[in-house]
Design a protein around this ligand. Sequence first.
Ligand SMILES: NC(=O)c1ccc[n+]([C@@H]2O[C@H](COP(=O)([O-])OP(=O)(O)OC[C@H]3O[C@@H](n4cnc5c(N)ncnc54)[C@H](OP(=O)(O)O)[C@@H]3O)[C@@H](O)[C@H]2O)c1
Length: 316
Amino acid sequence: MRSIELGTSGQEVPNIIAGMMRIGDKTDVQIRDLYAAAREAGVNYFDHADLYGFNVPEGGYHLCERRFAEALKLSSAEREDIIVQSKTGIIDKPWGYDQSYEHIVASAERSLKALNMDYLDVLLLHRPDALVEPEEVARAFDELEAAGKVRAFGVSNHTPRQIDLLKTAVEQPILINQVQLSITHSALVAQGMTSNMTTTGDAITRDGGGLVDYARINDITLQAWSPLQKGSEPGIFLGSPDYPELNAEIERLAEKYGVEPIAVACAWITRHPANMQVVLGTTTPSRIVDAAAGSDISLSRAEWYSLIQAAGHKLP
Ligand SMILES: NC(=O)c1ccc[n+]([C@@H]2O[C@H](COP(=O)([O-])OP(=O)(O)OC[C@H]3O[C@@H](n4cnc5c(N)ncnc54)[C@H](OP(=O)(O)O)[C@@H]3O)[C@@H](O)[C@H]2O)c1
């Protein structure tokens, strides 16, 4: 498993991490098997959110965090061995966003209770809040950090300017921006290559402009969520009849490198020089092992470009 430095923290972390959004309806044994497979494959970084579990029947906020704790019953030594990240800021009833001081602190404390842990390694602001007051975020981060409840901070789905706005008050480094990125949902990288062209919709700026370059310039680690999803429609592109050329190219490369197709999908993300992390969402232990095999593959430039073009992006 290849590791990268998490932002400017000096901490080495794996470039493939395990998302826990889909464990809400899994049994203890299924969660333990998934965790064991992840650890065996070198994945010691687990991504949660207060929200995860809200869409499970009879579920609700903090369900996935609670199920993680109930199923694993981690010893304090094992807790120290892993990196646990959670997120705050999405409200479901009514749907909206809340980065107020009160909400951030209360939600992080509820996450700790659900996880049965004393601290989060990382807390992310899940989605931008149009009504954000950077001073309130700063107060919440300072208080959580001073109490030893959160060790590091980041954001998710934020534009460069939104991060700059937070930085007017927040003193802790913003280590992470977690964003949607897969070969087929790749506007973040396609935009820069098609900038100034009217021949392709990829030229449209959807990220506030230069999000990937901003992250590289400012040493912010990008975490790619939903690395297998087609795009805005549900479902994954692997094996999908909607992407025959892409799947043919993925299979060719999988055979070349002696891995499963899921590893090639991950390698396309980790090959990017921004040193991104892939946030896998699978709940199938064998898939996490297969995906982790992509961590060390360094696709050639020709291979990387052939994949993005096979996904339908037209380069000028
Ligand atoms: N920051 C954000 O706004 C945000 C938003 C969404 C998600 N996330 C994070 O990103 C993580 C990953 O998201 P995701 O779950 O959408 O990612 P994903 O890894 O793209 O998708 C996982 C889904 O694909 C299925 N799958 C994987 N390989 C498959 C195959 N070969 N054939 C058929 N199905 C396959 C999995 O099923 P099985 O489980 O049955 O293997 C699972 O349902 C989440 O857990 C969460 O931590 C963050």
